[in-house]
Ligand binder design. Structure first.
Ligand SMILES: Nc1ncnc2c1ncn2[C@@H]1O[C@H](COP(=O)(O)OP(=O)(O)O)[C@@H](O)[C@H]1O
Ligand SMILES: [Mg+2]
Length: 336
């Protein structure tokens, strides 16, 4: 594996709400290497976006706070940077794209203007040079007639085209890391596959690392080198894509696999959903947070928190009984 790019250790990000403290991310550690395609998967509310926002230092105080942890990027302690220094990292060395490009694009400016502005913010070029770079960036993401499209306003483009613009914007400054938070969730299946392909080709060419966040294991299957499965603000399992799919260790991962539709193949078995729902992250239960939904839970799971253990090289799991479970029998409830 190449050298570490982003190292997150023991991250805890909490929110104060009227109901109590939400332990959105609760002791998470992981490393993304140069050029690595790293998937982060888990149901809604598992802390994926909060992890990304913590890395970008976009958690809004006073409600939200990084309570403990270290975030190191290219050897630099991101949590120690001044706001101004962090602004240079953001968009320059780490870019982020979101599920809904309309929230990131300004409706009253043309996409050309927005691209040019982003480019000028991070590169020391004049306006006409920035325009050239912008047109090239739109061409790279296969937007037809990029020169003409520069004059369009965001609402004039389809959802897929807007997401292409976001990718162009994200990659225009040649970041080392692109964080893509559910970038294709709002798109139809065909457009999803096209956008993912495009993202893969462009980031492979540039050796850009990607943190691809999704609730859908089917999305990361053809894209990522490594996958991190999160549950209720913590790590459930992490390993190479092959390990996650073929040597599954955690009952939760097995449940996600049973409920997955793949973009790249037709599914023959029936679909299952995992019974129950994730716990509240305000006063979450002791022990294993997955236990109420787990077919294998025993007394120890109510008492002791399972810490991540490395079962084989770079294959981590947080379950007391892995790797000794017969996960074939994880079935959940049939869908439909
Ligand atoms: N600004 C906020 N204030 C309070 N709670 C929040 C806030 N943002 C996220 N949370 C909570 O943190 C948990 C993790 O959220 P999130 O990271 O958005 O999940 P997801 O995995 O779906 O991206 C959820 O319980 C969510 O309700
Ligand atoms: Mg999210």
């Amino acid at each position: 594996m190449s050298e570490p790019l982003l190292q997150v250790s023991n991250l805890r990000t909490f929110f104060s709400t009227e109901e109590g403290i939400v332990r959105a991310v609760d002791g998470l550690s992981f490393t993304i290497h140069k050029g690595e395609k790293f998937g982060v998967v888990g149901e809604s509310g598992s802390g994926k976006s909060v992890t990304a926002l913590s890395v970008m230092r976009l958690i809004e105080p006073p409600a939200g706070e990084i309570v403990t942890g270290e975030i190191t990027f290219k050897g630099e302690d991101l949590l120690g940077l001044k706001d101004e220094e962090m602004r240079k990292v953001r968009g320059g060395q780490i870019a982020m794209i979101f599920q809904d490009p309309m929230t990131a694009l300004n409706p009253v400016y043309t996409i050309g203007n927005q691209l040019i502005e982003t480019i000028m913010l991070h590169q020391s070029v004049g306006k006409s040079a920035a325009a050239e770079i912008a047109i090239q960036a739109l061409d790279d993401v296969h937007i037809p007639n990029p020169k003409v499209r520069m004059e369009d306003y965001p609402h004039q483009l389809s959802g897929g085209m807007r997401q292409r613009v976001m990718i162009a914007m994200g990659l225009s400054c040649d970041p080392d890391l692109l964080i893509a938070d559910e970038p294709t969730t709002a798109l139809d299946v065909t457009t999803q596959a096209q956008i993912l392909d495009l993202m893969l080709v462009l980031t492979e060419e540039r050796n850009t690392a990607v943190m691809l966040i999704t609730h859908d294991l089917g999305v990361v299957a053809g894209f990522c080198d490594n996958i991190q499965v999160m549950y209720a603000g913590r790590l459930a399992e992490r390993g190479t894509t092959d390990f996650i799919f073929d040597d599954t260790l955690h009952p939760y991962t097995a449940g996600l696999l049973g409920s997955m539709t793949r973009l790249d193949e037709v599914r023959e078995e029936r679909l299952y959903s995992i019974r129950g729902a994730p716990p509240s992250l305000i006063d979450p239960p002791n022990g294993c947070r997955f236990r109420s939904r787990c077919d294998f839970a025993k007394e120890i799971c109510t008492r002791d928190t399972p810490l991540p253990r490395e079962i084989s090289e770079d294959h981590w799991v947080a379950c007391h009984f892995a790797p000794d479970l017969d996960l074939i029998r994880v079935k959940g409830e049939p869908v439909g």
